[in-house]
Ligand binder design. Structure first.
Ligand SMILES: NC(=O)c1ccc[n+]([C@@H]2O[C@H](COP(=O)([O-])OP(=O)(O)OC[C@H]3O[C@@H](n4cnc5c(N)ncnc54)[C@H](OP(=O)(O)O)[C@@H]3O)[C@@H](O)[C@H]2O)c1
Length: 225
């Protein structure tokens, strides 16, 4: 499949390289490809610089958000949550129309030092994206765990869960299939319409505290029944 991944941080890199390793054609969206490809500083979480990473993943073309969106049949939003709307706007509504946008982003404010989750019981980033792009099919998924766990659930021992939420049942079902087929999730839990994204984004404050307490990102939610 032709897939667009928006975002050059650890999530965008991890998802795009996994998809490319499975034989998909992937374009990675960024604001300014030349500037991004010129980044030689260390990447996040011990990753290589973006320049080195791109050299090791030459099959993944680094392009403006708009070009990636026009290319992808499915789009992953892995941009910083507070600016995801800007990223999608620069992609162009016409390039999102009718497509599944898998929203992995969390709205976090880093402006005052440590991470401050901007979550609400009355709205969510995913709903804001859906309102801004009514002809796209926004599906919230994967935002409740670390990037490496998203594409390799076996990093966490025992059963654990991933969730999907979105207004279009067909798109939710397709994303459930993608998560199983591409990343190896056994039984993603369908939470229904996109208002469930409020709860998925509200997990973030506890995730951050657990990360600090456990000293690793290799953990996840297990819904025991
Ligand atoms: N890190 C994790 O393990 C993890 C887990 C779950 C969810 N998430 C969520 O996934 C998303 C990606 O996280 P991340 O750590 O990989 O990367 P990030 O640093 O949060 O975001 C990087 C991306 O945001 C884009 N960006 C920054 N400012 C922008 C602006 N003003 N306009 C448009 N785009 C802009 C960057 O564009 P350029 O490429 O142009 O620089 C880059 O592609 C976040 O929303 C995060 O909360 C992360």
């Amino acid at each position: 499949m032709d897939i667009a991944v928006f975002g050059t941080g650890s999530v965008g890199r991890t998802i795009s390289s996994k998809l490319a390793s499975l034989g998909h054609q992937v374009k990675l969206g960024t604001r300014n490809p030349a500037e991004t490809l010129g980044r030689t500083g260390p990447g996040p979480f011990g990753m290589a610089s973006f320049q080195s990473w791109a050299e090791e993943h030459r099959g993944i073309e680094v392009v403006p958000f708009r070009e990636a969106a026009a290319f992808g049949e499915v789009i992953f939003n892995c941009t910083a949550g507070l600016v995801s709307l800007d990223a999608l706007q620069s992609a162009g509504a016409e390039n999102l129309a009718g497509k599944i946008v898998i929203d992995v982003a969390n709205p976090i404010d880093f402006s005052s030092g440590g991470p401050r989750p901007m979550v609400s019981a009355e709205d969510s980033l995913a709903e804001r994206l859906q309102r801004a792009f009514p002809t796209a099919h926004v599906v919230k998924a994967l935002n409740t765990m670390n990037a490496f766990v998203m594409v390799d659930p076996s990093r966490v021992k025992g059963p654990h869960d991933v969730f999907v939420a979105g207004d279009d049942p067909t798109s939710r079902a397709r994303v459930v299939g993608f998560l199983q087929e591409w990343f190896g999730w056994r039984a993603p839990i369908d939470l229904g319409d996109l208002t469930a994204a409020r709860a998925l984004e509200a997990w973030l404050p506890l995730w951050i505290r657990l990360w600090g307490a456990l000293g690793t990102g290799d953990f996840n939610i297990h819904v025991a029944r």
